[in-house]
Ligand binder design. Structure first.
Ligand code: 6GU
Length: 251
């Protein structure tokens, strides 16, 4: 998978050299290229923003640098080894005004060949940039949740990590992708324990040391349901809603 990022803060994306995703990049599974938007601003101060039309607080990112930066990436993507019939790159703009990014969307995006993230700052990017590229291809505005960040960079990193780990080969043991929160049945994860069996007087739940595999599985499922009911009741499947605590369909 190829991922291009356009930002005025390329340094944020140094984090993608670490850990699992860094390894995936070195192995050639994910090709991440970060571009400084200011390289496409040609005045002395490399300006990328201006006052909002119609007035108001803050600054808006101007369309010209975005147009130049995105055109260059899309032209390169077109020249590259894209097989006939392959869709053009998907443009993603992190935005608190976008559709909410979910694990389902991460799975969908992990199937793409080429993603381009356009990270806005200030009060946002001139609307004509979205309109221009939506007319020419696929554009999505995506939010990572109902809170406000200062710009799209941190949101893009979160999405790149969520998507990147679903690219085949990136996570060593694919089983570890299966059981986790929001996958499969939509329940939250069960609590995990390891050695020592007692730490500061706190015991590992005895069932986990019993060697009874079926009992362990039943306990984990119960924990997942109880945790989900307590923390994220809206995620509980219909058949598990409203039941007395500790009882569920598998009882
Ligand atoms: Cl994608 N961008 C910004 N600036 N704030 C956000 C966000 C994105 N998602 C949630 N809050």
């Amino acid at each position: 998978m190829r991922i291009d990022v356009v930002t005025i803060f390329p340094g944020y994306f140094d984090a993608l050299e670490l850990s699992l995703l860094g390894k995936a990049r070195r192995r050639g599974l994910i090709d991440v290229r970060v571009h400084d938007l200011r390289d496409s601003a040609h005045d002395k101060h490399r300006t990328v923003d201006d006052t909002p039309s119609g007035g108001g607080a803050g600054m808006v990112m101007t369309p010209e640098p975005w147009g130049e930066a995105l055109d260059a990436i899309l032209a390169e993507g077109a020249e590259a080894d894209r097989p006939a019939g392959e869709p053009e790159p998907l443009l993603l703009f992190p935005s608190p005004a976008g559709e909410v990014f979910t694990q389902r969307m991460a799975r969908e995006l992990a199937e793409e060949r080429h993603l381009v993230f356009g990270c806005g700052r200030y009060e946002g990017i001139d609307q004509r940039v979205f309109d221009e590229y939506a007319e020419r291809g696929r554009v999505r505005l995506v939010s990572i949740g109902d809170y406000v960040l200062n710009g799209g960079e941190v949101a893009a990193i979160a999405m790149i990590e969520a998507i990147g780990r679903l690219v085949p080969g990136v996570v060593g043991n694919p089983d570890s992708l299966v059981e986790e929160s929001h996958e499969a049945d939509g329940l939250l994860e069960y609590p995990s324990y390891t050695k020592p069996a007692v730490w500061r007087g706190r015991e590992v739940p005895p069932v986990l040391l019993s060697g009874d595999h079926a009992a362990v599985e039943a306990w984990r499922r119960e924990q997942r349901i109880e945790r989900t009911r307590r923390v994220r009741p809206e995620l509980l499947p219909r058949e598990l809603r409203g039941g007395a605590p500790g009882r569920h369909a598998a009882d």
